[in-house]
Design a protein around this ligand. Structure first.
Ligand SMILES: *[C@@H]1O[C@H](CO)[C@@H](O)[C@H](O)[C@H]1NC(C)=O
Ligand SMILES: *[C@@H]1O[C@H](CO)[C@@H](O)[C@H](O)[C@H]1NC(C)=O
Ligand SMILES: *[C@@H]1O[C@H](CO)[C@@H](O)[C@H](O)[C@H]1NC(C)=O
Length: 243
């Protein structure tokens, strides 16, 4: 018995709201499920504790505050609230409050709804340069139009994953060229965007999910290429120096 009273008290204090989520631009019908038995009654719809709609039975609904001047809100069946073109700013807790007028009239609230209006991420990459030289620094920042905000990860050409929106390589080596992929995830959607980092004279290895050895041969050619060219230039200069 005592336990039941305690449970009832806990339930009454922690009024939990029903979660509702929609993508921006979609519609939602909030139902006022408080049972109305009187002929004359007042309904208020509240958003985050502020009345946004007021209705006296037989009259016209008056939309106020956040719902003032909105062409995309309707009062349906003299009790329910519908928003047909949801905006991120519509997020909040909604509930109806009913006051019955006349003898024996009751008052009470309907179910509370916690509305989330989400925007799946769309990535924009900024930064560079994406064609680099050995020893150069490059940076790319991943941004996303997203609500709620996204978490970002970068997948490196060797398959390693780093957390965070910023990719920064301070001292480019040939082993680091390749395809880098940014992932944005906000729990309601995911977007991917890749950037190819190239190095003059080198081909990027294909993206792998495991560590791959550097492309064979290139280092050797690079290492022997320079002395050969110097030797060639020296041989051209030699006759001039002698004469
Ligand atoms: C990839 O990540 C592992 C584990 O964090 C690390 O030991 C390794 O050095 C990384 N490889 C490269 C090429 O950065
Ligand atoms: C960049 O890397 C090269 C090769 O590993 C090294 O010789 C050089 O000192 C590094 N430069 C800086 C600024 O760290
Ligand atoms: C984003 O990262 C934070 C901190 O690691 C984590 O609490 C949250 O759940 C993540 N959100 C998504 C959508 O992955």
């Amino acid at each position: 018995m005592l336990l039941q009273v305690c449970l009832a008290a806990i339930l009454a204090v922690t009024v939990t709201a029903e979660s509702v989520s929609h993508q921006q631009g979609q519609s939602h019908l909030f139902e006022c499920d408080y049972p109305i038995s009187a002929d004359t009654y007042v309904i208020n719809w509240y958003k985050d504790g502020t009345s946004v709609m007021n209705y006296l039975s037989g009259g016209e609904p008056a939309f106020t505050e956040d719902l003032d001047d909105r062409t995309d809100v309707q009062f349906v069946n003299n009790r329910n609230l519908e928003i047909t073109n949801l905006r991120v700013s519509d997020e909040g807790e909604y509930y109806c409050s009913v006051i019955e007028i006349g003898a024996g009239g009751q008052s009470g609230d309907g179910t509370r709804y916690q509305l989330v209006v989400f925007v799946p991420p769309t990535i924009t990459l900024m930064g560079g340069p994406y064609e680099v030289e050995v020893g150069e620094m490059m940076m790319s920042t991943c941004r996303a139009n997203s609500h709620p905000p996204s978490n970002f990860t970068w997948t490196l050409p060797n398959g390693n994953v780093t957390q965070g929106a910023v990719l920064e390589i301070t001292n480019m080596t040939q082993a680091e060229i390749g395809t880098y992929m940014c992932t944005a995830d906000n729990g309601y959607g995911t977007d991917y965007e890749s950037v190819d980092i190239t190095m003059t004279g080198y081909a990027a290895p294909p993206m792998t999910t495991e560590s791959a050895p550097p492309v064979g041969g290139s280092d050797v050619m690079r290492a022997t290429g320079l002395p050969v060219i110097l030797l060639y230039i020296a041989s051209l200069l030699l006759p001039v120096v002698i004469s």
